[in-house]
Write a protein that binds this ligand. Structure first.
Ligand code: SAM
Length: 227
């Protein structure tokens, strides 16, 4: 059984998708999707030998070698043209790394309709990438698990330019509209962290005035959203 975080990611994989799970570690996600009859082809990529071994062992244990191919590769280099991948998952990494992997793999993204991304931090960076590359957000989810709060971003390629404002980039257009207790908890915690950092800056012998102003603006934005 998948964690709630990975199950939420799985829920957005279309029926019959040809999936690449990048940074797969144990290949739990593609394995669960094949066992559920949702997909019958996946590439399970990881750049680190240990995690790739975890994936290979899990695939063999479940007798899924026909459906899931483990590949040792950096980012989207795991994808070959003949795979005809249409859906890419990148979960459990920082947003900056996710954006870097997507940028480096532009060639492999040709034909990829859906991206399902779960950054552990740096969600705004991921939304920025989606906006710049014309993948439009279709849904966003926020889940709490094991003391962490995770965001899941689902985007489809449209090829049509669009833009998110600063608030939407930071909080997520769908999450902003939906609100809810987990969203509020995340931003209340962030508010407290930033308020504490601000107090420290103000207490410095030579307070960094520009940085303080920037922090105050960030804080005001969170307060506005929580109001
Ligand atoms: N995707 C799984 C999940 O969400 O539960 C595993 C997440 S695990 C925390 C992150 C994995 O990403 C590690 O196995 C790591 O080796 C892999 N990774 C990091 N950078 C990568 C890259 N550039 N290309 C492929 N895999 C990468």
């Amino acid at each position: 059984k998948l964690s709630q975080r990975l199950q939420t990611v799985a829920d957005f994989v279309p029926q019959g998708a040809r999936l690449a799970d990048i940074g797969t570690d144990h290949a739990y996600l593609p394995a669960a999707l094949v066992l559920a009859g949702r997909i019958d082809f996946a590439v399970a990529g990881d750049v680190t030998p240990g995690p790739l071994q975890n994936a290979t062992a899990e695939i063999e244990r479940l007798h899924l070698s026909e459906q899931i191919q483990p590949r040792l590769a950096d980012g989207l280099a795991a994808i070959q043209p003949t795979d005809q991948i249409d859906t890419v998952v990148i979960a459990g990494m920082g947003g900056t790394l996710i954006a870097k992997i997507l940028t480096a793999g532009a060639a492999q993204l040709a034909g990829v309709k859906r991206l399902i991304l779960q950054p552990n931090v740096g969600e705004a960076r991921v939304r920025q990438w989606l906006m710049e590359h014309h993948y439009q957000l279709m849904a966003e989810r926020i889940v709490a698990e094991d003391g962490h709060i995770y965001e899941i971003l689902v985007a489809d390629y449209t090829g049509v330019p669009f833009s998110y404002n600063a608030r939407e980039l930071r909080f997520g257009p769908f999450l902003l509209a939906a609100g809810g207790p987990i969203f509020r908890q995340k931003w209340q915690e962030e508010l407290q962290r930033e308020a504490a950092a601000l107090e420290q800056m103000k207490a410095a012998k030579e307070p960094p005035l520009e940085k303080i102003a920037a922090f105050q603006a960030q804080l005001a934005q969170i307060k506005e959203v929580l109001a």
